[in-house]
Ligand binder design. Sequence first.
Ligand SMILES: Nc1nc2c(c(=O)[nH]1)N[C@H]1C(S)=C(S)[C@@H](COP(=O)(O)OP(=O)(O)OC[C@H]3O[C@@H](n4cnc5c(=O)[nH]c(N)nc54)[C@H](O)[C@@H]3O)O[C@H]1N2
Ligand SMILES: Nc1nc2c(c(=O)[nH]1)N[C@H]1C(S)=C(S)[C@@H](COP(=O)(O)OP(=O)(O)OC[C@H]3O[C@@H](n4cnc5c(=O)[nH]c(N)nc54)[C@H](O)[C@@H]3O)O[C@H]1N2
Ligand code: SF4
Ligand SMILES: [Mo]
Length: 841
Amino acid sequence: MADRIAEIWGSRTPYARDGLWPVRVDQALAGGLAEKDVDRWVQSACVLCSNGCACDIAVKDGAMVGIRGRAGDLVNHGRLGPKGLFASWQGVSHKDRLTSPLIRENGQLVECSWDTAMERIVGRSRQLLQERGPLSHGFYTSGQLFLEEYYALAVIGKAGIGTPHMDGNTRLCTATAAAALKETFGADGQPGAYQDIDHCEAIFLYGHNMAETQTVLWSRVLDRIAGPDRPLVVCVDPRDTEVARHADVHLAVKPGTNLALMHALVREVLHNGWEDGGYLGEHTLGLEDLRQTVEPWTAEAAAETCGVAAEDIRQAARIFGTSDRVLSTVLQGFYQSSQATAASCQVNNLHLLRGMLGRPGAGILQMNGQPTAQNNRECGADGDLPGFRNWENEDHIQDLARLWNVDPGIIPHWAPPTHALQIFRYAEQGSIEFLWVSATNPAVSMPELPRIRDILARPELFLVVQDLYLTETAQAADVVLPAAGWGEKTGTFTNANRTVHLSDKAVEPPGEARPDLEIFLDYSRRMDFRTREGEPLLRWTGPEEAFEAWKECSRGRPCDYTAISYERLRGGSGIPWPCNGENPDGRVRLYGDGVFPTAPEYCENYGHDLLTGAAIPPAEYQASAPASRAILRSAPYAPPHEEPDQEYPLQYTTGRTAYQFHTRTKTGRSKPLNAAAPKAWVEMAPEDAAAWGISEGDVVRVTSRRGKIEAPVRISGIRPGTVFAPFHYGYWDSSGEPGSHPTAANELTLTEWDPVSKQPVFKNAAVKVERIAGAAGPAPAPTTTASRPAGDARVPATAGGAEAEASEVLSPGPPPEFPGAISSGATGSDAATPDPTGGPR
Ligand SMILES: Nc1nc2c(c(=O)[nH]1)N[C@H]1C(S)=C(S)[C@@H](COP(=O)(O)OP(=O)(O)OC[C@H]3O[C@@H](n4cnc5c(=O)[nH]c(N)nc54)[C@H](O)[C@@H]3O)O[C@H]1N2
Ligand SMILES: Nc1nc2c(c(=O)[nH]1)N[C@H]1C(S)=C(S)[C@@H](COP(=O)(O)OP(=O)(O)OC[C@H]3O[C@@H](n4cnc5c(=O)[nH]c(N)nc54)[C@H](O)[C@@H]3O)O[C@H]1N2
Ligand code: SF4
Ligand SMILES: [Mo]
């Protein structure tokens, strides 16, 4: 049995550059069960991060009892990480699940029938639409529902109600990924692919702790590192993460200074003549502006601002500038930090400068975090228009109006969609009086929690919460709707490299819980939303019909799904979009031809000034004649808004640990995972701990201008001057009132967002630290991850326990050919089949 709690990445299966990543099938079954006890295996994919590992769910006596990775899938080649192995099925099969709708009566939430709950919602909704109009309604959804569910919600919001106030927690998560892709390439859509790990000579991880947050993808990197021709690794992160420990260059930047570093890297490439002039001339716009913006940022200047060594910056630039195949991945250390879109666009720019795009090993992954964030961005339940359509383009509005058979006037397009923090602002001010929250827990995950709690508690706000559990947010609701979870409903979703998987229903949901799609369709029916012809607006009876409708919506757009079907997704591997007549088996990489979706009539937006967020007027965009070229956008560096001062002398940043997922509604209910990271902690550098008279395990109070938290200190390898807190620890399993023993990292964060993507800044604020009690032992932080004690050798964490047992089976032969391998039309190495020869073009 493998201890996959201590051994996060499992055993190594080394492979060489341009080789195929070997298959290793990971499996976990409930304690005491053997494979022969399993009644059936049901195809799915894991929903505990954006990696989207394909799996089969083990079912026995109508219950989920385990999981196994799918050997033949192009994403994971059989592997699963600790969350996939344990939290997936344990996280939804818990006695705490909501089993009945609840409504608030005399201040208390009481059980009621679905009819009663839905009539209460519909009654309020109709009344407000009549009295106040559509702007009284707000919807705040997720990155964790299925494609079909987002599309239903998007149609309800845009063609039923007509409100621009709809967003997802994707705003907190990958709004910057989408923004950076739109600014540079004209539309959302990942240029690179996971297969680029197999071919790259160097991999750059920008603010991405892949080792803990996409453990299976990191296993692929570790297997390359363990093989011949290992790739060089460059890590940009203020903490001593597992990624940093494997890095050839670790740039431990001061939080909030990413853009200064990126300017220096770009400048080094230009000054050393490492750019590809031919590619730039033919395929890009904006080189002169970029050159001017970065010119002041010598390696020395950036070293001073970012607090790193100039020689390390030069070394990183040299690796980028002299390698032929670099893969870059970007995540929250960039997206949730200052000047997020500008810094992330500089990563795109580096690749354009070198013409390193769309060929094996040369790729960009503007990463996603949540498993289905991509689908929300495609389907438009985040406020964007479905199919990456442009709200400023009247033809795109007409398209949708035709598709849905509604008056174009109802589709909100008179202003940009309302972003999440603005939706909460309107609820605070009272103009939004009806807020429907699905599959997200803002009472723990939003910035500046004291304020968010006040908004959710406003008596004037009618709050609907749709979840698996009675979360901190649900506790404030007027109506709680019990949803069916993963394994209890059918639908599709798309991971960070555009690969679509089907997740089939394996078991019945508990009690009266219902699939989210059914709930949205029921609302639409009861509200009697109609088309121009008077037909019901949504007539789908199940997920497959919703998927078929979505395919029509995606036709001809960059995220074209028209050649994918439930049928094709069953049995084999996931399929990457675009998948259509031209790419019948899907396409692994985009933009190998240097043709970008920037044409004014096709693009998803006209771009922004990255410093101020001001939108570029349509006429100005047209006049710039992008002609399907990519756009090199940048902005001058500006320091973070809240910097340490005398009163709040330390810099505060937040993030994740491998063992917990977000607000822990699933991982906190999986015994082996929760035991590995049971309670909150904060991390400090040895120098700072000494200066403040703090020892390992001492309890401190960390205070910002917004609030405070209290937790034991782990003295870790973090950058001096910086304090880190994991954001997982809310209040559902703690005694006392929320905030009475505050542990949620967001008690301290500030209400501020990137001007372009509107993604909140979770990664820098100013705080002070005081010791309030002595240690009762070491801090309850994992020792296998970034939170391990400073300078310590690796110590295995808590063992898994007998709750469930994990195993690994290595496949002796080469990885199987994936189904759908027969490529017709798709070009060479871009076809969605692992290429056994694999070499660069
Ligand atoms: N185990 C686990 N895995 C997850 C999740 C989870 O909750 N738990 N969530 C999933 C989701 S939704 C997401 S979005 C992803 C997030 O995945 P990541 O982005 O990898 O995770 P984070 O820990 O939020 O942040 C990454 C790193 O940013 C660094 N950082 C902080 N400030 C700065 C800065 O100013 N500059 C730079 N360069 N780096 C900085 C932090 O030290 C941290 O190591 O993970 C996904 N996977
Ligand atoms: N300080 C700080 N704050 C952060 C971050 C950070 O790095 N630092 N990261 C941000 C990021 S990237 C993210 S993604 C957010 C995540 O923040 P949240 O979205 O609030 O986190 P989750 O705990 O994943 O909440 C998802 C909810 O959906 C429920 N759920 C799961 N599956 C289903 C389903 O099928 N149907 C329904 N109806 N409900 C379901 C779960 O029980 C859970 O309550 O947090 C953000 N907040
Ligand atoms: S890497 Fe992500 S998708 Fe894969 S098993 Fe782990 S949590 Fe699930
Ligand atoms: Mo996220």
